[in-house]
Design a protein. Structure first.
Length: 135
């Protein structure tokens, strides 16, 4: 809060995988680590879900990062022979941003909002990014 900078949280989720867990985890981790933002923190919250904390990252930039990551993960999985089987295998993301955190801002709200966004994206299709800005 004291820095008065935007803060974004991104949740990336891969669904519909029955096998190849180590390969998928490796692709997910490599793609998330390649996101070119300052001081990104990557948190593994399950085999096929990652949370990224993006300090000083506005909503539009975070959405661009998420879209590129979803596409890159999909292409990498396809190259490894882990292909999309109809609607079963999907890569989606949710982004939540606060432009200026107020004194009473709860950081957990960012994660909860990003989780809601990725849940909505999962219902929508493949390679979908949903985002919300918290005021």
């Amino acid at each position: 809060r004291s820095l008065r900078q935007p803060l974004s949280v991104m949740v990336i989720q891969v669904d519909g995988i029955q096998h190849s867990k180590p390969k998928v985890e490796r692709v997910l981790d490599q793609t998330c680590r390649a996101i070119d933002a300052v001081d990104v923190s990557l948190i593994n919250v399950g085999a096929y879900r990652r949370v990224l904390i993006l300090p000083s990252c506005e909503r539009q930039e975070a959405v661009r990062f998420a879209g590129a990551a979803c596409r890159d993960i999909g292409v990498s999985l396809e190259r490894l022979g882990i292909t999309y089987d109809g609607q079963d295998l999907t890569v989606n993301a949710g982004v939540a941003t606060v432009a200026l955190a107020m004194k009473n801002f709860r950081p957990a709200d960012l994660l909860e909002t990003a989780e809601r966004c990725v849940s909505t994206a999962q219902l929508t299709g493949n390679c979908v990014v949903k985002s919300l800005e918290i005021y």
